[in-house]
Design a protein around this ligand. Structure first.
Ligand code: C2E
Ligand code: CA
Ligand code: CA
Ligand code: CA
Length: 278
């Protein structure tokens, strides 16, 4: 067990792959966490780059461990994916994100979509569309206020992805491609699949000012997206120079520490309230 100075919370050792004992312990704890409901969601606002207003939020899962404190997703999502537990965790995330979004709407805050990360295991479930439809019905959230983030790797089998995504988008929700530019798939899928938005990966945004290659890639992604009638959002925006670059190149939206880290749902309500008051 290590202590993280930054958040002052206890974490699983980053070397857990090397210790099968620790892995087993983590797996055991994860199973219990699912049963005990130890997960919480934080939300990171997404901003319109021309108006500066909040146009969405991304739900990001955290594990509130009774002893170890707040565990970040990088410390348990990989094992959850490997062991298949991601499906149960993901079901909970989806329902909780929809419930929270409906609760904000019921407080008469501005209506915005919530983005939920989907893992490949969830994507391969036969009954995913049914599940999503049930969750929307149960929580009362309209489908257009839900956005599902998938990665390029899930589009490798274009035929499967196309069946699956058509079903999902028929419900009325939106699909975004997360971490765009980091996968190995071809761009073939972009015109074949019902995608609404590309999310430029943080790794291209980071050195946008120093690295002409990254700058060229970001500019090219934005213009390609627009030519394909897709919205484009940049993630990991940390400073003004990055933001100005994105504005200059007419990127639609951005998300990053420059405006807000992921925060609790109650903070999002306050942010939306102050927007509504203006
Ligand atoms: P992601 O989907 O790419 O999420 C963005 C990550 O970047 C988040 O980390 C967020 O806190 C962080 N971030 C946001 N703005 C900035 C910034 O300006 N600078 C930097 N350096 N980082 C920024 P987080 O919350 O630790 O999540 C990490 C990853 O865990 C996510 O990457 C996603 O792949 C996965 N994850 C999180 N929640 C879920 C979930 O509910 N289901 C699934 N399947 N995966 C999830
Ligand atoms: Ca994401
Ligand atoms: Ca991402
Ligand atoms: Ca990323």
């Amino acid at each position: 067990v290590k202590e993280s100075g930054k958040n002052n919370c206890l974490l699983y050792s980053e070397e857990w792959d090397n210790s099968s004992l620790e892995r087993l312990k983590l797996q055991h704890d994860l199973k219990q966490a699912v049963q005990k409901g130890e997960f919480i969601l934080h939300y990171q606002p997404q901003y319109d780059l021309s108006s500066g207003s909040i146009v969405g939020v991304e739900a990001l899962v955290r594990w509130q461990h009774p002893v170890r404190g707040l565990v970040p997703p990088s410390h348990f999502i990989p094992l959850a994916e490997e062991s298949g537990m991601i499906v149960q965790i993901g079901d909970w995330v989806l329902e909780e994100a929809c419930r929270q979004n409906k609760a904000w709407q019921d407080e008469e805050l501005p209506f915005i979509p919530v983005s939920v990360n989907l893992s490949i295991r969830q994507f391969l479930q036969q009954n995913l569309t049914e599940k999503v439809a049930h969750i929307l019905a149960r929580t009362g959230l309209e489908a257009r206020y839900l956005d599902l983030e998938i990665t390029e790797s899930m589009t490798m089998d274009v035929n499967h992805a196309s069946i699956c995504l058509l079903e999902l988008t028929k419900l009325g929700l939106n699909i975004s491609i997360d971490d765009f530019g980091t996968g190995y798939s071809s761009f073939h899928y972009l015109k074949k699949l019902p995608i609404g938005r590309l999310k430029i990966d943080r790794s291209f945004v980071r050195d946008i000012e120093q690295d002409p290659g990254d700058a060229a890639i970001v500019a090219a992604i934005i213009s390609m997206a627009h030519n394909l009638n897709l919205q484009v959002i940049a993630e990991g925006v940390e400073n003004e120079a990055q933001m100005h670059f994105l504005q200059k190149h007419q990127c639609d939206e951005m998300q990053g520490f420059i405006w807000s880290a992921p925060v609790e749902g109650s903070r999002i309500a306050e942010m939306l309230k102050s927007v509504a008051a203006v």
